[in-house]
Design a protein around this ligand. Sequence first.
Ligand code: NDP
Length: 509
Amino acid sequence: MTIKTVAQVCAAHGLEAPGLVTARIGGASLPASAEAETMQVLYPATEEPVTRVQEAGPAEVDAAVAAARASFESGVWSQMPVSRRQAVMRQVTHQVATHRDELAVLESLCAGLPCNHLVDRQVPRAAENFSFFADYIGHLAGETFEQMDGYLTAVTREPAGVAALLAPWNAPLALASMQIASCIAFGNSCVVKPSEHTPWSVLRLVELMEEAGVPAGVINVVNGRGPVTGQALVAHPGIDRIAFTGGTATARGIMAAAAPNLTPVHFELGGKSANIVFDDADLEAALDGSLVNIFSNSGQICIAGSRILVQRRIAEPFIERFVARTAQLRIGDPSERATEIGPLAFAGHRDRVLEYFRLARDEGAEILAGGGAAEGFERGYFVQPTVARVADNRLRVCQEEVFGPFATIQVFDDVEQAIAIANDSAYGLVAYAWTGRLALAMELQQRIRAGTLWINTPLARDLRAPFGGFKDSGIGRDGPRQCADFYTEEKASIVPRGPVTIRKMGMEP
Ligand code: NDP
């Protein structure tokens, strides 16, 4: 299959790839340094170089935290009147929307995601994140208490300070923009660390934000490997909050690094979510939705419906149609509008996903579709969308997050068994259920141990609602009130409503 080269994609959009991506501190990009480590970013579809990343070490991380602290203490953003902060954030939305196609291409060149998905969904979502939080802070109210006789107690909020925001490679703009918008809306400053695999779109977002009026130093960017740059950032004593989206094992290390400083953490982690199809469901909708739930973003998405559970009476026709549609998914050039499945994000991740295909066979799963590298591609990290029929939810392929286009299918007999299998997981991020029975939907709502349950719909996110996971899927929630709690400190001020009789100490007896 012919795939457009990096030069062709850039030329089609009038772009020039930066030779080197460096840290952005206090509104300025660091110059190239001969001593710094650099990493190559490759286009996942062709394995051609896109750009190089200059790694920020402890000294650069220190400088970024200092710049964030200086901006915070100056009050240029933290004390800005809310109406002005709202206006700047709305301008960011406008900037992102105006640069939608450019941002989509930059992201696609690093992450390999199909441009159409980025243009239609993820970049608009990134834009909306800023206007949503701009609206929210305009309505944020404190509390007052009047029950204590003679006193009025007022509760107000102050920004927490400087946050470290660590964004992953699977949906860099959509996820980093949620972290940045929810953090700065409340007056905080931050240091962002994108993944070393996907540095470009987030850096461009930050430049656009500065152009929109976010003062220099409010958002700083450090690039580099997680265990080097990320580790230096999360262990830094100048950090007041850490928000991390990524893997559960990495999160454990971050929590340990944060412990000496008692830095509060907000974790959005992985999932192994059940997608349950009951025999009274609208099967056409269930089929369409189940395909979207596992194959969007090539399965590299924390909310993937990767464990499909289907009730016995409809199992065979459902599985047959699901497998047939899987085999027809259009794998290919991320820059082509018709493409449904792009390459995986980087070589190491591709190898990891292929390893899970092998494991499925070793564990006795029946491979119904795919099962290996995609054919017809000389280069690039393409794998086949894969479906494996399994009989035991304790298999590793049913317990571990593959983070690729890989669905297991299990057949169940009744509601009790479906709920037991769905909850038999260390994760608890989301679940999907397809049923025509309202009573069953309400029962699932009470008994499924996950942060979000979608009934008769694929993923549809209401930004007003909390989003996050039970169990190993996270700590805390995204959501306006929840982010207000995480990114602000509450302060109680107690004021007497009249003269106070104060006990006189130290008087002569
Ligand atoms: P990681 O958790 O290692 O990477 C996620 C992010 O964390 C990356 O930006 C990475 O940076 C950064 N990171 C890595 N180590 C550290 C560290 N010590 N301190 C601070 N930041 C760090 O995920 P992997 O890339 O290894 O993927 C493995 C699994 O993680 C996936 O299969 C999936 O289960 C899960 N995952 C979940 C995501 C989600 O959206 N919930 C997103 C990404 C992964 P860098 O890439 O530069 O090393």
